[in-house]
Design a protein around this ligand. Sequence first.
Ligand SMILES: [Zn+2]
Length: 252
Amino acid sequence: MSANRQQRELFERMWSDTASLESRNIRIAERKRTPIVKMLSSTPLPTEYGGFTHIVFGDLTNGQFHVMMVYGDARKIKKNERLLLRVHSTCGTSELFHATNCECREELDEAMKRIAKAKSGIVIYMNQEGAGNGITAKIKAYSNTFEWKNGKVVERRKKDGSPVTVYDAYKKLGYPQENRSFAAAAAMLKAFGIRRVRLMTNNPKKVEGLKQYGINVQPYGIHIKPKNKTVKRHLEAKARILGHRIGSKDLK
Ligand SMILES: [Zn+2]
């Protein structure tokens, strides 16, 4: 096989099946005891929330980049304290394009605000779209969730009249509804000697996902008031299908 073809096949796999590529390489790295992330570059960065250290990591299991944003000077990180942490997966539709169907942008914002208030903490921003299924899968799922009607984007409806959730769409397309690994996030924390965190999440799988890789996690809820009915239904689906700790009072 020519080098070009090999490269093309690898890229095709990265685009369509990141998660399986990643889990295979995590297993190999565990067996061979080789690192799964590599620190690539870092800079102090002024933000609306104060000064952070922006650190770029390369993920050796899937070729992606991830970012670790440490409040203040990362060289002075208080690794023995239980640090406030948000492990946040990319949601470009919401964070860059202000899509109105999920709460990701507001959640990231809230995490940054809490960290700034505490004057300490970390955001790990994982290049992990579509619940770990990748951007290709996410956009396919969205095309099963939304459609054009009279020049407007509307939610597609199931036979019973209820809107199709993105989780229904993943299932129909044969993707897992939660397909993220937190091995790389744990490795990024360990690169800084951090082993105890207060994790801002409602997702029990995220808590377990970090614990599995040796991080002592205390969960700390983060609730975003839904800005519209679609987001409310999305949060309800997260609670019902994925077991997120979101109660009815959090949805008002
Ligand atoms: Zn989102």
